[in-house]
Design a protein around this ligand. Structure first.
Ligand SMILES: [Zn+2]
Length: 187
């Protein structure tokens, strides 16, 4: 709560001093690019800085792990809007080193949920909603496999047009170095 109050105070000053002017951009991405990546705190500034991205350049879609968990989920929906309505032609899926989602154990997470007051009844209900609850929660073994799987899922999605380029990378959480998993490298 305290942090949010500080943010609100900062925001008021930001607007009053017209510091938004340097961020002026349109909703159509300059680079016709969408990036699917992780919500990791270390990537908030590092990723755009390491890729030379400015406000207005790309559509950035983030979640835990930078993965597609469902063909009808929010990542695919966001990509469809970006491609069909906002002119995106290229997609980069960017995993990262030391990801918090890697090795997440769904059983352990369910155990932690119960400690936070979620009942077994609620957990059982989720299991009957037609999804593989454990798989939905679980992490991945290697970041490269996860990136490859996400790229494949997007490439093979029936609503993603064939002329869209989809590539996979891993970014170093420390140095910002990008290395290709499936896609072009620097010549
Ligand atoms: Zn991560």
């Amino acid at each position: 709560m305290e942090e949010i109050k500080k943010i609100l105070a900062y925001n008021k000053q930001f607007v009053e001093e017209k510091r938004y002017e340097q961020y002026s951009a349109s909703k159509f991405p300059n680079k016709k690019l969408a990036i699917v990546t992780c919500m990791d705190t270390r990537l908030v500034e590092l990723l755009p800085a390491a890729l030379g991205l400015k406000n207005g350049d790309v559509k950035m879609i983030k979640n835990a792990g930078g993965v597609v968990t469902s063909p009808f989920g929010s990542v695919i929906r966001s990509l469809l809007v970006a491609i069909i309505e906002l002119g995106v032609t290229d997609i980069m899926v960017i995993g990262h080193t030391d990801c918090g989602v890697q090795h997440i154990d769904s059983e352990m997470m369910i155990h932690h949920m119960k400690e936070r007051g979620i009942t077994q009844e609620s957990i059982d209900l989720m299991k009957y909603c037609g999804i593989d609850f454990e798989k939905w929660l679980s992490g991945f073994d290697t970041v490269e496999d996860s990136v490859r799987e996400t790229v494949d899922t997007i490439r093979n999605h029936p609503l993603i047009p064939n002329d869209i380029n989809i590539f996979g990378y891993v970014i170093d959480t420390q140095t910002g170095e990008l290395y290709p998993v499936c896609g072009p490298a620097l010549d």
